[in-house]
Design a protein around this ligand. Structure first.
Ligand SMILES: [Zn+2]
Length: 140
């Protein structure tokens, strides 16, 4: 993405914090992260902002048992490809779960966690993680 400057940064932060993407009104596809152009419809596409419900299921996953020092206290942990109910997939850590009980198809929902503090300015980076849920979606 070619966005620059503070406005672009905040747009990205909002997109991550809200799991905000978009939907093409022409073909109905959902995108995350948001696209500037619908890859299916190109110029005929009409993209609108869509805030995902944050509900989905585990599509695939890996249990991480080796990590850099600053992640060691969280080990082992699970990194999964989560398929949102609306369709897009994203990669996220799965938290609040026994790593040995994670399985493909498990229902999860987004929760927001501090992921890391970066740089000498101490910018705190928040992002989504997912946790198991019994919630089913109203989406169809
Ligand atoms: Zn489209």
């Amino acid at each position: 993405m070619a966005e620059k400057g503070v406005a672009g940064v905040w747009r990205k932060i909002r997109a991550i914090y809200n799991i905000q993407g978009n939907q093409c009104k022409t073909c109905g596809n959902y995108y995350f992260p948001p696209r500037l152009v619908c890859p299916t419809c190109r110029r005929k596409g009409q993209l609108e902002i869509h805030k995902f419900k944050g509900l989905g299921k585990i599509y695939s996953f890996a249990i991480v048992r080796q990590a850099p020092d600053h992640f060691k206290r969280q080990m082992p942990y699970v990194i999964a490809q989560v398929e949102l109910d609306e369709g897009p997939r994203l990669t996220a850590q799965i938290v609040n779960v026994d790593v040995d009980k994670v399985e493909i198809g498990m229902r999860v929902r987004a929760c927001f966690r501090k992921i890391s503090e970066q740089g000498h300015e101490g910018i705190i980076v928040y992002g989504y993680k997912f946790e198991p849920t019994m919630e089913v979606t109203g989406h169809d």
